[in-house]
Design a protein. Sequence first.
Length: 318
Amino acid sequence: MEKKRTVLQPPLPTFVLRSFPTSVTCVKYDSTDSTRLFAGDQQGSVYLYNLRTRLPIYSLSDVHTSTIFGLNQLDQLKHLVTFSKDGFVKILNENGQCQWAYQTNHCSFSNCDILSSNLIVVPVGSDQSLVAALDFQSSNPLVKTFQPSSSDTNSGMVMKLRVFNNQWLFVAYENGSLKVFDISSSKQLDSYQVTVDHEPITAMDVVCDTCLCGTTKSDLISLDFSSLKLQPTSTFRQIELANAGTSFLRCRPNDGKLLAVAGWDSRIRLFRRETGKQLAMLDHHRQQVNSIDFDLSTKQMACASQDKTISIWDIYNK
């Protein structure tokens, strides 16, 4: 007699936040309180949720006039940094009131990042490839800039950026190139052409001296930077995804072992970073996932989607 095969049900989120009027584009756990979650949406609104009650603490509809692409925290001040397609980078206090705003005169799909307690890294100006460090405590905020070397022409707009160890700045560009800058000197250290056909890099993260890049294709590229030079990682050079297009990727920051990749097919795939082995596929969202964040104390993962929801997942010690 033939044994019936057990069909494994796809994993389900722990719970889902659904009260958003439009696409959720950014998500960020409060680094001072893991029961709180920040979110930004396509209309420029900012939200702070209590994850115990699953209700908003505040909902601010007039922070920006366009899509929010960056949410970061200034931990010492417990303030939130927001960056939008409208060109503004802003700092909100604990009550959601704007304390500082700066017009970068830049329009792209890039995020922002934090360099120190008072420095914010963002793309600036009409030159689409220029990145700057802004000191919000200074009367002249623009303190240093990061420009691709003269030999690297036509990089295109900044797609993603990431500060690593407060020493290096990784910047992914529209032409598929990845460049690393020394933060203290602002000099470009290295450049690597990630995509052969110069398609843009659409997702990027840096952890454990490894930079991971997602593109419009079906591959995920891993580059090693331990020798201060970008080169393909020895353990695996790339992961082939089932479908083309990566919208976002994030490594678990405490150990770098778990890699979450959001595809254009609306699925989230979890990989072991060192080997590229797929651990799970999360097939909950009906539209593209735009942002992912991990909380280290609760071992949860939050995913913001185009389908106007945020899913919360218990990922334990995968």
